[in-house]
Design a protein. Structure first.
Length: 153
């Protein structure tokens, strides 16, 4: 006598699939019955007004603005000479910590009291703790770094 080819797992999957189909049909019938009972709800047609809001009434054509394609500028606006602010890239500060054996330290900015990392590769003069220095800032991996560090005399 031959054994059935349908395993337990296959039959369980088939039952789940049929149940899912049946549940979907019940939900669809319930939505149809509710629509017949209460009428359709929601906006049948959706319009977008001049401000980008969705409304159920069409926009007034008299409020429509005509824009010429040539008047649209797709670029960064040019800066005028009067708008530019000259920022001095050279800052002054004090060396708060410097380890010569490891080759790094920190400089405290004189203006905003921020600490900036300083590596031996960014030094022009040899520095020690407490020196008054001038430096420039450069974006590093973990924040701003002090570079071109020189002692102020």
């Amino acid at each position: 006598m031959a054994k059935s080819q349908q395993t337990f797992n296959k039959s369980e999957k088939e039952k789940k699939r049929l149940k899912k189909r049946e549940d979907k049909k019940k939900k669809m019938d319930a939505r149809k019955a509710e629509a017949k009972e209460h009428g359709k709800k929601g906006i049948e047609f959706a319009y977008v007004d001049h401000f980008g809001n969705i409304t159920d009434t069409p926009p007034d054509p008299s409020e429509k603005l005509k824009v010429e394609a040539e008047s649209i500028q797709i670029s960064v606006p040019k800066t005028l000479e009067s708008d530019r602010v000259e920022i001095d890239p050279v800052r002054k500060g004090t060396v708060s910590f410097f380890d010569t054996s490891k080759g790094f330290g920190f400089i405290v900015d004189g203006e905003n009291q921020e600490k900036y990392f300083c590596h031996v590769s960014g030094l022009i003069d040899e520095i020690t703790e407490g020196n008054l220095v001038s430096f420039e800032l450069e974006k590093g991996m973990k924040g701003m770094n002090a570079v071109k560090v020189t002692i102020v005399k």
